[in-house]
Design a protein around this ligand. Structure first.
Ligand SMILES: NC(=O)c1ccc[n+]([C@@H]2O[C@H](COP(=O)([O-])OP(=O)(O)OC[C@H]3O[C@@H](n4cnc5c(N)ncnc54)[C@H](OP(=O)(O)O)[C@@H]3O)[C@@H](O)[C@H]2O)c1
Length: 235
């Protein structure tokens, strides 16, 4: 039996891409799933698939740029008797490609609302109950993107996520709650585009490494899912 068996996991952006893979992987580990997307119907095919495999799963909807919807989502999962043991902050938006120095302010605002403000709010409100139970795993999905000035709102938002983790994690030492960063690698998804070198499935098993950490493992570490690929030979 997996050590995650029976744990409740909230995965944001679970309807497709990396979030869907993470949801499938966590279900394999025996987790019960709270799956998020903007609309419940986006989650129906995955919920059906998971239930047919015997997993317990329910969908929750929220537009993450809307603060009231983010809080309603958190209220709803906190009302669940099981609570949330694992928070997988995966959902994000990519900013539109802009020629250098032409980026409108709204690109920055939208990227930060979804990729930073909503993620921080989810952490801030779901951490205290984990600390009380003295067990929790939080994975904040970041990116290895660098030196692409045409996508600065996106890359700056990921830098802010990295900073959130860096500054929060010293206080988590010895608490039983482990917060980590995960870069899934450049993948063929709606966000990654069709020029990406890697299939989305290659984010597993690596994306589960920070959830499967032993109690007492350090917080604040950066994991690259592609480092754990089992389908390619390593030099
Ligand atoms: N793909 C890559 O190459 C790559 C590389 C590095 C890092 N990442 C990171 O990996 C994570 C997942 O990326 P992905 O490629 O899997 O993305 P994706 O295929 O575009 O999926 C995005 C998910 O987020 C949800 N979402 C999008 N906008 C939202 C909003 N405004 N409010 C609420 N939910 C929203 C979507 O739900 P709906 O179905 O409702 O739209 C969907 O489930 C992101 O954090 C991304 O930055 C990806």
């Amino acid at each position: 039996m997996s050590k995650l068996s029976g744990k409740w996991a909230l995965v944001t952006g679970a309807s497709r891409g990396v979030g869907k893979q993470v949801a499938l992987g966590l279900a394999e580990q025996g987790c019960k799933l709270l799956l998020h997307a903007r609309q419940l119907d986006h989650l129906e095919p995955l919920l059906k698939e998971l239930r047919s495999r015997g997993a317990e799963a329910r969908g929750v909807a929220a537009e993450l740029s809307n603060a009231a919807q983010v809080d309603a989502l958190i209220d709803s999962v906190l009302r669940d008797p099981g609570g949330v043991d694992i928070l997988y902050n995966n959902a994000a938006i990519m900013s539109p490609w802009r020629e250098a120095h032409t980026t409108p302010g709204d690109d920055y605002r939208q990227s930060f609302e979804v990729n930073v403000v909503a993620l921080s709010r989810l952490c801030d409100r779901l951490l205290p109950p984990m600390l009380k139970r003295r067990w929790g795993r939080i994975v904040n999905v970041t990116s290895g993107i660098e030196n692409i000035r045409e996508l600065l709102p996106y890359s700056m938002s990921k830098a802010a996520v990295d900073r959130y983790v860096r500054d929060v994690t010293p206080s988590l030492e010895g608490t039983g709650v482990i917060m980590s960063l995960l870069d899934p690698g450049w993948l063929r998804t709606d966000l990654g585009g069709d020029k990406a070198p890697n299939a989305v499935e290659t984010c597993l098993p690596g994306a589960l490494v920070p959830v499967l950490l032993e109690d007492g493992a350090p917080s604040g570490r950066f994991y690259r899912a592609q480092d754990y690929r089992t389908d390619i030979a390593k030099n």
